[in-house]
Design a protein around this ligand. Sequence first.
Ligand code: ZN
Length: 290
Amino acid sequence: MLLDEASIRRESEHVEDHIKRWMTVEGHFRILTALSTQMTQDAISVAKTSPLVSELYGRLLTGSALLQLAQSPIDRVQCSLDHSGTAGTLLADVWPGPCVRGRVEHAQSTQAPLYGGDGNIHVSRQPARGGELYQSVSPMHASSVAGALQHFTMESEQVITFISLATVVDDDGQVTMSGGLFVQALPGMTDEDLSKIKGCLAQAEFEDLVVAGDHPFDASAAIFNDVDWIETGTDPILYRCRCSKQAAVGAVRTLSSDELAAVRAGATETVTCEFCGTDYIVSAVDLDAS
Ligand SMILES: [Zn+2]
């Protein structure tokens, strides 16, 4: 059997998701492209989403990671979509890395419309080591996750931004490809630069190319074929819940003195992670352990 170089490359890239950053040579636009197939697969395995909800959830996690890396790479960024579709509230929680986790209100929903209608996008930003929390809410104004994130970014940052997201899930619920494109104007952008970038984006839609089977990096390269750009860096993107037994013990320590006395006398407290659903059972031994 012959394996061509591209398929070998894709096999290895599947294992290692990452985000590539580029800038146009004049420095007037930056372009981020994410390959997030494994991250999305890990996230949906935890959330146990239906295939259609997985497509939404993968897009939100990927888009939120791109937003965090582009705008606030040292912050914790949460993006939540509150809407009237049957999937219910979708939340992405992104930490520096980007390390991503999230949750879905109605993970198993299959009934249309899963997403959309009236609603709000909530975005919060806080230094990962703690500090002031910035929160903003705005109406969604879009029928897609990418559209909601794009609209929010344009409104809040007052910067021209294009976002396109694609998560492809097969009938067995496996993620066959996930990725995203984030394009943003930088200070000094001219009308000429803007019309060139818009021209590229008008020729082909990143989401359509990826859904049709293109690798996300190939889709970006095809869209911006006529643009001179330089690669400015690469970052990993991965799914990771941040819960731990230690954090659960810390939470139990904040209970009332009566409840703590009950644990010391032999009762147990179960602390459930609100993101991944892991149960941590805390007993007197754990309270004394550290
Ligand atoms: Zn967890």
